[in-house]
Design a protein around this ligand. Structure first.
Ligand SMILES: Cc1cc2nc3c(=O)[nH]c(=O)nc-3n(C[C@H](O)[C@H](O)[C@H](O)COP(=O)(O)O)c2cc1C
Length: 170
């Protein structure tokens, strides 16, 4: 079983969840990196980043060599920006076609995830969504418990995937 964790992270929270999943269930990771990253500190990042989401921007990403179609189970994660998934995910969804896969989605946020996970599900129509989870900024509070919750969730998704495979082997 080949598993991939695709994610974007500006300040490390989503990366912590992504890397915890990958370590727990032996997945590869694919970090999406825009060619031009927004500033990481200061209030301007909220205006700039939020504006990019509202304008549905699709920034150019640095090239990546991993082939998403080679994987059976794909986790996709993002920070929440302006109650939605981030522009690098928008670029990813619009350039990489994902169909007939088992998928699980996750996000990290500052207290109001809005429609982020629902909007990701909409981008992934044509796949089987095995689960979703969100975390309030794991680097800021309760980090260890959130890591443990992530490990449990990742294992449960992986088991669910195995059950699906037993039911309908290719
Ligand atoms: C541009 C921008 C917009 C944000 N908008 C929201 C939001 O709408 N709702 C929310 O709960 N958190 C929001 N946040 C907080 C981030 O979702 C949160 O800090 C997240 O854990 C950051 O993930 P990262 O460390 O992987 O980049 C925003 C942060 C930024 C930089």
């Amino acid at each position: 079983m080949k598993i991939l964790v695709v994610y974007y992270s500006l300040s490390g929270n989503t990366a912590l969840i992504a890397n915890t999943i990958a370590k727990e269930i032996g997945a590869d990771t694919l970090e999406l990196k825009p060619q031009k990253e927004i500033m990481k500190s200061g209030f301007m990042k909220y205006l700039w980043g939020g504006g990019q989401v509202i304008m549905k921007k699709k920034p150019n990403l640095l090239p990546f060599i991993k082939k998403v179609s080679n994987y059976d189970l794909i986790f996709i994660g993002t920070p929440v920006w302006a109650w939605n998934f981030t522009p690098p995910l928008n670029s990813f969804f619009s350039t990489i076609s994902i169909t007939d896969k088992k998928v699980a989605v996750f996000c990290t946020h500052g207290g109001n995830p809005g429609q982020t996970l629902n909007n990701m599900r909409k981008e992934l129509i044509g796949n089987t969504i095995l689960g979703e989870i969100d975390f309030l900024e794991p680097l800021k509070s309760d980090t260890q418990n959130k890591v443990i919750a992530t490990q449990k969730w990742a294992k449960s998704i992986s088991l669910l995937h195995q059950k699906h495979q037993q039911k309908s082997p290719d």
